[in-house]
Design a protein around this ligand. Sequence first.
Ligand code: NAD
Length: 249
Amino acid sequence: MQFEGKTVIVTGATGGIGERYVHAFASAGANVVAADVPAVAEAGAGLAEAAGCAFVAADVTSDEDWTALVDRAHDEFGRVDVLVNNAAIYQGLGAKRPLTELACEDWDTVLRVNVRGTWQGIKAVVPAMRAAGGGRIVNISSSTARMGVPGFVHYVASKAAVEGLTRSAARELGADGITVNAVAPGLVSDEATRALNTDAYITAAAGGRALGREMVPDDLIGAVMFLASGSGGFLTGQTLVVDGGVVFT
Ligand SMILES: NC(=O)c1ccc[n+]([C@@H]2O[C@H](COP(=O)([O-])OP(=O)(O)OC[C@H]3O[C@@H](n4cnc5c(N)ncnc54)[C@H](O)[C@@H]3O)[C@@H](O)[C@H]2O)c1
């Protein structure tokens, strides 16, 4: 898939998976604007250099930051074609906890970033996509939304909400030529998941897959790029579960 002349915004871009999306789109010729929280601006600058992309320090829960991010994409590349709403609180969840031990503050923080931030991103890019005659929005969910994994009920609920948001936004924006889809990854084996899960859990997850192996960040790239491409143009409101064959939808 080629993205020459297309501008792609990726949020949560310095995370374990986000940076893979940045490299993949940049390698396919896209003008990539990578974004992440100001606290990781140094890593963002390194990513920008390595991938040959722009980096903007932006918190997805700030409308002002979204305006600055979209303005930068527009000023530098003249258009916005694709948004990959990848930012989420995932690694920051810490150890799994019973739902009786979660505080309202934990719930609000996760829902604020994972759901509200996703909606704020859609809201921010729509005017530029309308001006360009259409666009592609890819939200990142999680297969846990369908499996109901215990221990982080707020995260699972947030990803189920992302899928509902995806369907609703798809209906609302279809007439503008804007598609809105989601990708729901299974458990990816990387530093972040190894910190959050035991080795036994990761091995069991791999064993439960039809494809019988651990999943790596690059396993997600094909699905995300397809939904972001011209080839994915008649698909909207859908969630593609990319988990090696655990959840069948
Ligand atoms: N790793 C997995 O196994 C897995 C499985 C299913 C879904 N996912 C989803 O994939 C995406 C990427 O996951 P990851 O493993 O790279 O997670 P991660 O925790 O490593 O990265 C998340 C990124 O989002 C950024 N972020 C957090 N809050 C933000 C905010 N307010 N504004 C802007 N950026 C913010 C973080 O700085 C980080 O770079 C997430 O949406 C996650 O929920 C991951």
